[in-house]
Ligand binder design. Structure first.
Ligand SMILES: Cc1cc2nc3c(=O)[nH]c(=O)nc-3n(C[C@H](O)[C@H](O)[C@H](O)COP(=O)(O)O)c2cc1C
Length: 220
């Protein structure tokens, strides 16, 4: 698979089949992804792959919290700016329209949207999840490194016919994730990622991007 095909075929998948993900494929992907660049080669990411009974237990514990009306842990980092201004606000709304619209969920059906959103913590049905931690003292530059690393993982997964969904949502239940993983306390959960085979029978809407002129400026 060439790089363009990997980039163009990657999308956030929100319905996976129960087909098992081969351990060897994960080994290949994570060995290659280790070559992702990072400032001064700090390689600041700490990655935990959770599968099988361990992941089932984690999903169950978060589901129990949600059922009990627990809306999550104190946030350890902001996922959005305090106020989302244009054009980001419109892009966020557009994602919601496409994502929930594809499932027939109306804009004002808050309960259905919340139920659908809660599928984050079931890994959208995937039986493999990856959690990316950083040391807490790492500043923004190393968080950018972790983003590049995660995208490298997601592209390599395509070469294995696998799909993924990056999930900052896991940071909302970071204490339960930490109970499962037992990371050193100095580490902070940046992002989870569901990994598996896409369910071809589920709607998986493609999310368009802004025209290039909105985000790229050529000079000279
Ligand atoms: C750092 C990061 C965190 C994300 N967190 C979530 C999440 O918690 N839940 C989710 O369903 N999608 C999540 N996404 C997926 C984005 O919504 C998605 O990448 C975006 O809408 C573009 O769609 P595409 O990936 O299908 O091209 C996340 C993506 C990134 C890069």
């Amino acid at each position: 698979m060439d790089v363009y095909s990997a980039v163009n075929s990657r999308q956030s998948i929100r319905a996976f089949t129960d087909r098992a993900v081969p351990r060897e494929a994960l080994d290949r992907v994570l060995a290659a992804a280790a070559h992702a660049p990072s400032g001064s080669n700090l390689q600041p990411w700490h990655v935990y792959v959770v599968r099988g009974a361990r992941l089932a237990e984690l999903k169950k514990r978060v589901a129990e919290r949600i059922t009990a009306g627990d809306s999550g842990d104190e946030r350890e980092y902001p996922i959005y700016p305090p106020s989302i201004e244009s054009p980001y606000r419109e892009r966020l709304a557009d994602l919601g329209e496409r994502r929930y619209g594809a499932l027939g969920i109306a804009r004002d059906d808050t309960q259905a949207r919340l139920r659908e959103r809660a599928r984050n913590w079931d890994c959208y049905g995937a039986s493999t999840a990856l959690f990316c931690y950083l040391d807490r003292d790492m500043p923004v530059a190393q968080w950018a490194d972790a983003g590049m690393y995660l995208q490298t993982v997601m592209l390599l997964l395509r070469a294995e016919q696998l799909h993924s969904c990056a999930q900052a949502a896991w940071s909302e239940y970071h204490r339960t994730v930490a109970e499962t993983i037992s990371p050193p306390p100095r580490r902070i959960l940046f992002c989870g990622m569901s990994i598996g085979y896409a369910d071809p029978s589920a709607p998986q809407p493609r999310i368009p991007r802004a025209p290039l002129a909105e985000t790229v400026t050529f000079l000279g």
